[in-house]
Design a protein around this ligand. Structure first.
Ligand SMILES: Cc1cc2nc3c(=O)[nH]c(=O)nc-3n(C[C@H](O)[C@H](O)[C@H](O)COP(=O)(O)OP(=O)(O)OC[C@H]3O[C@@H](n4cnc5c(N)ncnc54)[C@H](O)[C@@H]3O)c2cc1C
Length: 403
């Protein structure tokens, strides 16, 4: 395995790091102090600068207006962007748009790509992804209540979704809905259907209060209701009944995007923790970092972040070489492992800061609120652990069992 980064990617990452430190971090401060709305104009100006650099949607092919980076080259860039709470959005590689772009790129038809993918890559519109429902366990992705009934050339959708991230202000939602609820194969019952948010009957009921914040725009998580929503059959992405397979395919790369970003968060938290430990004195001349308990947090964090990065790079390397489905087990491992690392590193960094760690003077409290979900979204830890363990045990002769 070769994880070496080319000279051009090294230079690119250094340029992005400078841009982030000099121009994006001041806007992050504004958002932390006064909220996303206060930073809105500045964030759009920064996106314009990134567009000029040719780096908007760096994971998308250049022919669609992206930066054309493969996963292994994207990893260091994504890590740098993860250092800042608005980094990924400024580069238009934030969830759920990044995953929706990949889905449309690989499974959209030419008309869908022109109409929805191009403006999405260009950052002119935003999108969301509606799969999870309050009435059904999201951990069982084939158990859904939302239906799409076919009437002539149209689907008629009815259902209830929640945690539809970034629905507030989005132009379209990719909705998972049952098109063949009676199919004996549960994996063939659903399809993915693109629904414009201005379609009659599509209602963003509310932005949910999540960890004490209602959120807004791309930082929100909505409850959504669909009542008799009519869209052309041509809005279906991929084949009828392929919804589950497409969701799996979409979530694989989506999870690695999150892991790359989490490592960036870990590195910033680590810098903050070490800076504070080295300079905060418990008594004159006695820095906090002189205490062995704090030293243990620092050493453990360093080892855990480096180990997580290597696992993520191995997964990126495999996706680039063998495709997303070949790397499914690796993705399960990095999803829970990196999320756990993130949570431990953030916790130690906050603890090192004492009460300061709970204020908005650093991004630590923001991440503590926003990233507790890392162990739940895109598959809870337990789902990934059991899936990885079952595959391992099968290699030891354990038979597949149905639960
Ligand atoms: C911040 C955030 C953003 C999200 N964004 C989106 C989005 O944009 N679009 C979307 O469709 N969804 C989104 N989700 C929903 C997310 O994908 C689901 O929350 C997730 O799939 C878990 O489903 P659930 O919440 O219904 O939990 P449940 O399925 O009810 O599970 C509850 C708990 O049970 C445990 N559990 C589940 N399965 C097992 C098992 N096999 N073995 C042992 N324990 C198990 C886990 O600890 C799990 O946390 C988001 C969630 C969060 C938190």
């Amino acid at each position: 395995m070769d994880f070496s980064v080319s000279e051009s990617v090294r230079e690119l990452t250094a340029t992005v790091r400078r841009f982030l430190d000099e121009e994006v971090l001041p806007v992050e401060r504004l958002v932390l102090e006064r909220g996303l709305g206060a930073g809105g104009v500045e964030i759009e100006r920064l996106r314009g600068r990134v567009r000029e650099m040719g780096l908007l949607a760096p994971h998308m092919p250049k022919e669609w207006g992206g930066g054309g980076l493969p996963f292994l080259d994207l990893a260091p860039l994504s890590e740098v962007l993860g250092r800042c709470i608005i980094g990924h959005y400024v580069f238009n590689v934030q969830a759920p748009d990044a995953g929706n772009m990949e889905l449309l790129l690989h499974h959209g038809n030419p008309d869908q790509k022109e109409k929805w993918l191009r403006p999405l890559v260009h950052g002119d519109i935003r999108s969301c992804f509606g799969m999870t429902e309050p009435e059904h366990a999201g951990s069982n992705p084939v158990w859904l209540g939302t239906t799409a009934r076919r009437e002539g050339d149209e689907y008629v959708l009815d259902g209830h979704k929640w945690f539809t991230s970034a629905a507030d202000g989005a132009t379209f939602c990719i909705v998972m809905a049952l098109t063949d609820p009676g199919n004996p194969n549960p994996y063939a019952r659903a399809s993915q259907i693109l629904v414009p948010l201005d379609a009659h009957g599509f209602e963003v009921v509310q932005n949910l209060a999540v960890m004490g914040e209602r959120g807004e725009g791309w930082m929100s998580h909505a409850e959504v209701r669909l009542t008799n929503v009519r869209v052309p059959v041509a809005n279906r992405i991929g084949a009828e009944g392929a919804g589950f397979a497409l969701a799996q395919e979409r979530l694989g790369p989506g999870r690695i995007h999150h892991c790359m970003r989490w490592i960036g968060i870990c590195e910033r938290a680590f810098d903050l923790m070490c800076g504070r430990a080295a300079t905060r004195e418990l008594s004159p001349g006695k820095p906090l970092g002189g205490r062995q308990l704090v030293q243990a947090w620092i050493a453990e964090s360093r080892a855990e972040i480096d180990a997580a990065r290597l696992l993520v790079l191995r997964t990126a390397w495999r996706i680039d070489r063998e495709g997303a489905s070949a790397a499914r087990d690796d993705v399960s491992l990095i999803k829970f492992h990196t999320a756990g690392t993130l949570q431990r590193v953030l916790d130690r960094a906050i603890q090192t800061h004492g009460a300061l760690g709970l204020t908005e003077e650093t991004p630590l409290a923001f991440w503590w609120r926003h990233e507790r979900g890392a162990r739940i979204y895109d598959g809870a830890d337990e789902v990934h652990k059991t899936s990885a363990a079952k595959k391992i045990l099968e290699r030891y002769g354990m038979k597949r069992t149905k639960e």
